[in-house]
Every structure is written in C-alpha cells, then in structure tokens.
Design a protein. Structure first.
Length: 290
C-alpha cells in the first residue's frame, strides 16, 4: 500500500460553496478538499490513497494507533469496499467519494448507530443543497433518490466496551458514475449525481459540505442529545410513520407499520393488534403499498 498524503490545517482562500471550477475527474486530494473545507476539525487531517483495499480498515488501524478524532481516510478507488451486511460496495476510480472518518465520542455503545444516522442525514443534506437532489433515507442509513441508492454508510466499532471510545464511519457516495459503470446486477438499484442530474459534479465541494454538516450535528448531539438529529432523520425518511414494512432483523423477518425510531436508532414498529415492538438493527426488505 502506498504511503498517504497527509495535510495539516492551514489558511487558504475558499471559493464559494458549490463553485464549479473543479473538473469532475480531478483527483480528490487533500488540497482539493481544503479549498472548500469549512469545518473546524473534521477533514483537516487526511490520509489520501490513489488505491486502497478498504478505507474503513485503514481508518480502524489508524484509530487503534491513536489517530485523533476528525482524521479522514480518503481514496480514489477501493478494491475491497464493503457496505452493511458484508455486501461489496462498487468503488470505481475517481467516480465517487470513498472515505472513512475517525470519531471518539465517549458515548454509550448502544447509541453508536446514531452516528451512522448522522452520516446519512449529512449526505442527504449536502446532496440537496449542492446538487438539488431530493435525497431520502431508508432505515437505517441508505441514502436514496427515487428509490435508488446513491450513498451508503458503514459504522464500525472494534471491541465490546460499554462505551464507544473510538469509532469509524465509512461513507460511499456515487457522484459521476454512469449506469453502465455499475455492476449489471445493480443497474436498477443504484444511481449517482450524474445519472440524476444529467451532468458531472465536482466531488470536493460535496465532501466538504457533508463534513461540515457532520461536524455541526456531531457537536450538537454530544452537547444537547439526539432529539434534533432524530427529527432531521425522520423528516428525510423515505417511508413515513404508518407505512407497512417487512424487516429482516435479529429475530428474523417481521412485519409492522413504522412508528418512528428511538434514541438508539432502533426502528419502532406497531404489529398485529397494535402491539409495539422495536428492531435494534437490520434492514427493511419490503415496503407494502400504502
């Protein structure tokens, strides 16, 4: 594996948010991101790789070695990119954003899923603000546009301590892929900014925007608790309260109507005869017609 480029904070002129002077297929280097970066901490230390197996794996190594909060692993291409449930994440070179952020929240382990919620909300918000896309979130953290996946989030914690001392949040965002550049088996399931808008987009301002939003929400959650984040997440949910769904959870397949999410990120459902229950983790595998 090649040694990364590492950039420390330093003053630099910043063009307006969403400036279009970046060429779509330029390298997403620390210097390119720094031109747009407005966060105070997140993304001011970047480990950059032209090619890497997995940004999450490298970030976990760095976190275990004491790398501070806010450090970012950023790659142009992943050869072993993965999503939730050990699914492979398509990571075509210079087409998307493939990155992992190190966090040190010192929060109860049961609340770790909130940081993947936070990443999904930050991605959806950045795509809406900078690209004009009506992105929505399917529980727990798939970001969709018109029912097709445009971004995914993978949070990982090593160890079983009752408190999260270090955590890595991986984010993959499809920016400039065409339909043909996705594996054939996901042509109907995946999308990108380019597919949705008909035009290529600069990756650096989008990454800088989502980092700024992530940092702002992170500070607020640690200061005030998760209420505002959960309200934001619910406002962006692809499936509103009352929608009937089938969910693959830790106890197998269950069905019910959505009643919201709780302060640990679990999906709340109302089952037969009005019985409430929660699914702590899993995936919505079917949404029934409303």
């Amino acid at each position: 594996m090649k040694e990364p480029m590492d950039r420390s904070p330093g003053p630099a002129p910043r063009p307006p948010r969403g400036a279009a002077d970046e060429q779509p297929h330029d390298a997403l280097t620390p210097a390119a991101v720094g031109r747009y970066l407005r966060s105070a901490v997140f993304g001011h230390r970047i480990f950059y790789y032209p090619t890497i197996g997995s940004t999450n794996e490298r970030a976990l190594e760095l976190a275990a070695g004491g790398e501070p909060e806010g450090a970012l692993v950023l790659a142009e291409e992943q050869t072993e990119g993965r999503g939730r449930r050990e699914r492979k994440w398509s990571s075509r070179a210079r087409a998307g954003i493939y990155t992992s952020l190190i966090l040190r929240p010192a929060i109860a382990a049961s609340k770790a899923p909130l940081f993947t919620f936070m990443a999904a909300v930050s991605i959806a918000d950045a795509l809406g603000e900078l690209c004009g896309l009506p992105a929505r979130i399917k529980w727990p953290n798939d970001v969709l546009v018109e029912r097709r996946k445009i971004a995914g989030v993978l949070g990982e914690v090593r160890g079983s301590d009752p408190e999260v001392r270090e955590m890595v949040v991986g984010m993959g965002v499809n920016i400039n892929q065409t339909v043909e550049e996705f594996p054939s088996e996901i042509h109907a399931l995946a999308t990108s900014v380019r597919i949705e808008t008909g035009a290529s987009a600069g990756r650096a301002p989008i990454l800088a925007g989502l980092l700024e939003g992530f940092e702002r929400r992170y500070a607020r959650l640690l200061r005030d608790g998760p209420a505002t984040l959960l309200a934001e997440w619910e406002s962006l949910s692809a499936l509103p309260r009352g929608h009937a769904v089938a969910v693959e959870g830790p106890s197998g397949l269950v069905e019910g109507t959505i009643a919201g999410v709780d302060e640990e990120g679990a999906l709340l459902l109302t089952g037969a005869r009005g019985r409430p229950f929660r699914v702590p983790f899993g995936e919505i595998v079917k949404a029934f017609p409303s």
